[in-house]
Design a protein around this ligand. Structure first.
Ligand SMILES: NC(=O)c1ccc[n+]([C@@H]2O[C@H](COP(=O)([O-])OP(=O)(O)OC[C@H]3O[C@@H](n4cnc5c(N)ncnc54)[C@H](O)[C@@H]3O)[C@@H](O)[C@H]2O)c1
Length: 261
């Protein structure tokens, strides 16, 4: 038997990644590019997005995930460039820190519009070509925050990420007959520009102390799980999520580093 080196796991596959200018989305784009994917990147941040795309020899389109027409245009660009769409990653998300008592209905709606309606928009827009191809991978960035745990200031955000997990399961069931799988990744605390901007040093230190593996995750840690779900290795997996959190969900108490007396 010849053992071949493990490369090109997405060779020839066309992937659209939304929320790809920086942070986790950029990490996914880099990892997919290393494995041979042909990429279309989409983001509201035009300049940074273009720079990321040019580093990776990818196409770029300015896209607000909360608008269905924008996501349809991004899908159309992938089809125009490459003639098909194998993978969509809906990673765009916002996480403003806000206590519920200070959250206005408009604040609430904005987080819903980007994180949750945006995920619905991605599924709706990608369904059209994927259904015609009888094949496709829909992937979403969820979170441990919402589906499993939370902390003060994460009310709207937690609701959207728990909602995304429900969407993943429903879409997986509805689209299985078309040969489309639907899955997600639940990152723990990942060191990104957004995390530094919205959470700050004290929050990050607190999280570091809560992670059994002793460090925040990197975008690449998360991207490796997306790579698996996008690859042929995951062809029989649908309707589920992978936790990538350095063990943060495990401890029963805060003294988890101590041995019993
Ligand atoms: N960083 C973490 O610890 C962590 C943990 C769990 C889940 N997540 C999720 O991972 C995803 C990425 O987070 P990150 O930390 O890399 O954030 P980030 O702010 O560094 O990057 C997010 C990217 O999404 C883009 N974006 C924001 N709103 C958009 C919109 N309406 N349409 C299109 N693009 C938009 C931003 O411009 C940016 O490029 C989010 O869904 C977030 O909720 C992050």
């Amino acid at each position: 038997m010849t053992v071949r080196p493990e490369t090109g796991r997405l060779s020839g596959k066309v992937a659209l990644i939304v929320g790809a200018a920086r942070g986790i989305g950029k990490g996914i784009a880099q990892r997919f590019a290393e494995e041979g994917a042909r990429l279309v990147l989409a983001d509201t941040e035009i300049e940074v997005g273009r720079a990321t795309a040019s580093e990776l020899d990818a196409a770029f389109i300015g896209t607000d995930i909360s608008l269905l027409a924008d996501v349809e245009a991004a899908v159309a660009l992938a089809l125009a460039h490459h003639g098909r769409l194998d993978v969509i990653v809906q990673n765009a998300g916002i996480y403003p820190w806000q206590l519920l008592e200070n959250t206005s209905p408009d604040d609430w709606d904005r987080v819903m519009a980007v994180n949750l309606r945006g995920s619905f928009n991605a599924a709706r827009a990608a369904l059209v070509p994927m259904k015609a191809q009888r094949r496709g991978r829909m992937l979403f960035t969820s979170s441990i925050t919402g589906p499993h745990v939370t902390s003060p200031g994460h009310g709207h955000y937690s609701a959207t990420k728990a909602g995304i997990n429900g969407l993943i399961r429903s879409a997986a069931l509805e689209f299985a007959g078309y040969g489309i799988t639907v899955n997600g990744v639940e990152p723990g605390n990942i060191l990104t520009e957004g995390m530094e901007l919205h959470r700050g040093a004290a929050f990050i230190k607190n999280m570091e102390d809560a992670i059994p593996l002793g460090r925040l995750g990197s975008p690449r840690d998360v991207a490796n799980a997306f790579l698996f779900l996008a690859s042929d290795d995951a062809s029989y997996i649908t309707g589920t999520t992978i936790v990538v959190d350095g063990g943060q969900l495990l401890p029963e108490g805060s003294d988890f580093r101590l041995a019993p007396p």
